[in-house]
Design a protein around this ligand. Structure first.
Ligand SMILES: Nc1ncnc2c1ncn2[C@@H]1O[C@H](COP(=O)(O)OP(=O)(O)OP(=O)(O)O)[C@@H](O)[C@H]1O
Ligand SMILES: [Mg+2]
Length: 374
């Protein structure tokens, strides 16, 4: 953790305490929270909840599974180990991977070479299941409770990670008194899937709640921080209106503040106008759209307009019209939706029984406003 505190971070100690108290009461050992993108989940988990948990005597492990969606097992094992044992991480991977190096070498290797064998990421992921088990066992040795924060936890719901998810679930199940878990994510639909499908490893495991959003206190704190740095203070009312105009999104509001500070002579209205343009560019809707395959755009367009049955005959007819192509195959929507829900794009989420929805309702509105696929 940085020893410098960020003057622009708006601390949320009460919210952190509320989560910790919920765990301390022992009513629940796991919770899930969701909020749209850029609303301050990760910032809260890392900069408020982790420090608060540590001051309350917990060990705290944070990991964001989006940092490396292919290797959630390692990310989890590493985070737990980092929290439980300050040193010895390299040695841990070395120990746990020794059987593999032996296999690879087919027996004894000349001295020094074995040690030099790098454990590749893919190999580590195979080791993730024993690694998670070992990491949890390491946490058993501590007298302190562990708070495990899993950001973008819906990654675990992907079929290819079910081994890791089952092993984590089994390990956590027997440690409910000692390990508290908070699952966070930006896709409510994907998180719901994770906890509500009876076949899923985390079925019924954590209640899912909306993450409390930042509001007028956050705006006021930013405005007072501006006053310490600006020749021309920013009016509170004007800032509140800008926050609303920016869809109450903390990240966009921070862009606005930044712009205001850098070009004070241009005034607050101009800062807002600039930021709104930046939001449009930077959320990159036009860019995303351009990079999509045409059939994917057509499917998105129909979904944005509210078409429910994306695999039906009526949809296929509309797709043919949109693409101006009579030969569109009936399998096209399926392929498109696989890409649109996949980890690379993550534009749509499967809700249930062939129903899909947009991950980002702003993007949905943007798409719905279009007339053609080009
Ligand atoms: N408490 C806060 N104080 C000041 N700025 C904040 C705060 N929370 C969020 N922000 C601003 O909003 C940005 C986005 O926050 P964060 O990355 O936590 O969102 P998120 O909900 O995790 O989004 P995503 O789902 O995209 O990961 C931060 O980089 C920061 O600029
Ligand atoms: Mg985040």
């Amino acid at each position: 953790m940085s020893k410098f505190t960020d003057p622009w971070h708006f601390p949320r100690p009460e919210l952190a305490q509320a989560y910790l108290q919920g765990f301390d009461l022992g009513l629940t050992s796991a919770r899930g929270l969701f909020a749209r993108r850029r609303m301050g989940k990760s910032e809260f988990l890392k900069h408020d909840l982790v420090p608060a948990a540590i001051s309350s005597g917990y060990l705290a492990a944070y990991t964001n599974l989006w940092d490396d969606t292919d290797h959630p097992g390692q990310a989890l094992a590493t985070a737990i180990l980092q929290a439980t044992q300050a040193k010895g991480l390299d040695k841990f991977w070395e120990d746990i991977s020794r059987p593999i190096s032996k296999l690879k070498g087919g027996g004894k290797l000349p001295l020094g070479i074995e040690a030099a064998l790098e454990v590749s990421l893919a190999e580590k992921e195979k080791l993730a299941v024993p690694a998670i088990q070992a990491a949890l066992q390491a946490s058993d040795k501590s007298s302190r409770k562990l708070l495990l924060l899993i950001d973008e936890a819906q990654v675990l719901a992907a079929p290819e990670h079910s081994g890791v998810a089952h092993s984590l679930r089994a390990g956590l199940d027997i440690r409910k008194a000692g390990i508290k878990v908070l699952f966070a994510g930006s896709s409510e639909a994907a998180l719901r899937q994770m906890f509500s499908r009876s076949a899923a490893p985390f079925y019924n495991w954590a209640p899912l709640e909306p993450f409390p959003l930042l509001g007028s206190k956050f705006v006021a704190a930013m405005v007072s921080q501006v006053a310490t740095a600006a020749k021309q203070p920013l009016g509170l009312d004007e800032a509140q209106q800008a926050f609303t105009a920016l869809k109450e999104t903390p990240e966009f509001f921070r862009w606005y503040i930044e712009r205001y500070l850098m070009y004070q002579q241009q005034g607050a209205a101009e800062a807002l106008r600039y930021t709104q343009a930046r939001v449009n560019d930077d959320t990159g809707y036009a860019r995303i759209w351009k990079e999509l395959y045409r059939p994917d755009r057509a499917v998105l367009l129909l979904a944005a307009r509210g078409v429910q049955d994306l695999f039906g005959a009526a949809t296929l007819k509309q797709l043919k019209e949109l693409l101006n192509d009579e030969d569109v195959a009936a399998t096209v929507p399926r392929g498109s939706l696989r890409r649109l829900t996949g980890p690379k794009l993550q534009l749509m989420a499967r809700v249930d029984h062939g129903a899909y929805r947009f991950e980002d309702t702003e993007f949905q509105a943007w798409v719905a406003a279009r007339r053609t696929v080009d």
